[in-house]
Design a protein around this ligand. Structure first.
Ligand code: FAD
Length: 385
């Protein structure tokens, strides 16, 4: 199986790196709700977080397939790449839509890890998935934008130097289409926190360093506008395919971890005088999960190949994300069931990974919204909203 997967050298090297961060490391971080800074630093030092940054800006200049291999193997090892996966892809908006001065100023630092751009502010309490109704507003005042509003579930802000922020610059009722009139600002968190930006940690069922953000007349230099004012929504959409394919790869890695752990437990655990894995009631769900995961992985590979060859892949990225998230969630449930009571104990790590992989049914896009997109955009069914 593994010999058929792409990038075997990258996969082997990532697996070796992750071996320095065993289950105990993740268990402790999870119980303390602590950021896995040592792990993130090791990935940074090895250059894995800069794979998508072109060489001219000191990155590794690799394709999305390489980044997918890195993230899949991180998850497959039992680690949690969500601590830093966004460092790989948020910079894509800057790379594609920023001006040359912005790229020169920020990308080499992001590539080396001296600058962390791993926070991305879109979601708001009152708009939810309906992004065009965001209320965080920025108006021009001389050579600054002045930002007021609120965001929720914005992850890794406390471990980031920069935040890519979506704001409304023209009210929704003053534009032809709701998707117009939004803009993307690069906020320097080192200056903003305490000077118009308040960050409040938000406790969740997993160790994800997510926060609520409160903007009160935060001043952001106009030179930090990415691309053109009013076109920010299209820039955000533009980055979503890469994000979805990368997260789908993480789900494939999670699913493979659950299948590995369930298989080895089922081989070893003896009840009624025989390994539980001898029972088809145990082995069939494991086999079913494996089949579901391999099928999902094919769609992830397809979406990734299309992305890397410049073919429009919005639907495939969405389908890959949904199939992979479903495969990892089904594998999580199967793995917990295979472990019986021990699946609920912290020392087996199944419950931690179970909580972690559950996120991908909801974020960064929920399953219903993907189904709706495929129904209307691919199958031509009428829109429900
Ligand atoms: C741990 C965590 C980390 C996150 N990190 C970030 C981050 O870094 N940056 C960021 O911007 N956001 C982040 N998010 C937010 C995440 O992207 C949103 O939670 C997600 O997009 C769903 O939005 P919502 O929670 O407002 O749900 P809602 O939009 O309120 O939806 C609630 C439920 O209703 C369903 N629903 C809504 N409308 C429809 C419809 N028309 N038809 C059918 N079903 C519908 C949804 O699918 C969902 O299941 C994070 C969330 C979590 C939990």
């Amino acid at each position: 199986m593994s010999d058929e997967r792409s990038h075997p050298d990258v996969r082997a090297a990532v697996t070796r790196l992750c071996a320095n961060f065993p289950d105990e490391y993740w268990r402790e971080k999870d119980s303390l709700k602590a950021y896995p800074g040592e792990f993130v630093q090791a990935l940074t030092d090895a250059g894995y977080l800069s794979v998508l940054i072109p060489e001219e800006y000191d990155g590794a200049g690799m394709d999305l397939a390489t980044a997918c291999a890195v993230l899949e193997e991180i998850q497959h090892s039992g680690a949690n790449g969500a601590a830093c996966h966004a460092q790989m892809y948020i910079m894509g908006s800057l790379l594609r839509h920023g001006n040359e001065a912005q790229k020169q100023k920020y990308l080499p630092g992001i590539a080396s890890g001296a600058l962390r751009l791993q926070a991305f502010g879109v979601t708001e309490p009152s708009s939810g998935t309906d992004t065009t109704r965001i209320k965080t507003r920025a108006h021009r005042d001389g050579d600054h934008y002045v930002v007021s509003g609120q965001k929720v579930f914005i992850s890794r802000v406390e471990h980031s130097d920069l935040l890519l922020l979506l704001v409304r610059t023209t009210p929704r009722d003053e534009v032809d289409k709701p998707t117009q009139g939004m803009s993307v600002l690069l906020v320097d968190l080192r200056e903003a926190v305490g000077n118009g930006l308040t960050v409040r940690p938000l406790e969740t069922m997993l160790n994800h360093a997510t926060t609520e953000l409160f903007f009160d007349q935060l001043r952001v230099p106009v030179e930090n506008l990415i691309g053109e004012e009013g076109k920010g929504f299209s820039y955000i959409l533009d980055g979503m395919n890469a994000e979805r394919i990368l997260i789908a790869s993480e789900c494939i890695g999670d699913a493979r971890w659950f299948i590995d752990r369930a298989s080895s437990y089922a081989r070893e655990r003896e009840v009624f005088g025989a390994p539980i894995g001898k029972n088809q009631g145990i082995q069939f769900p494991i086999a079913g999960s494996h089949i579901q995961t391999e099928a999902a992985a094919l769609m992830v590979e397809k979406a990734c190949r299309m992305f890397d060859t410049g073919v429009a892949c919005g639907s495939e990225a969405n389908m890959a994300k949904l199939l992979a998230a479903d495969a990892s969630w089904a594998a999580a449930d199967m793995c917990l069931q295979t472990h019986g009571g021990y699946g609920f104990t912290v020392e087996y790590d199944v419950e931690r990974k179970f909580r972690e992989t559950r996120l991908y049914q909801v974020a960064p896009i929920s399953t219903n919204l993907i189904l709706s997109n495929i129904a209307t955009h691919v199958l031509g069914l009428p829109k429900s909203f």
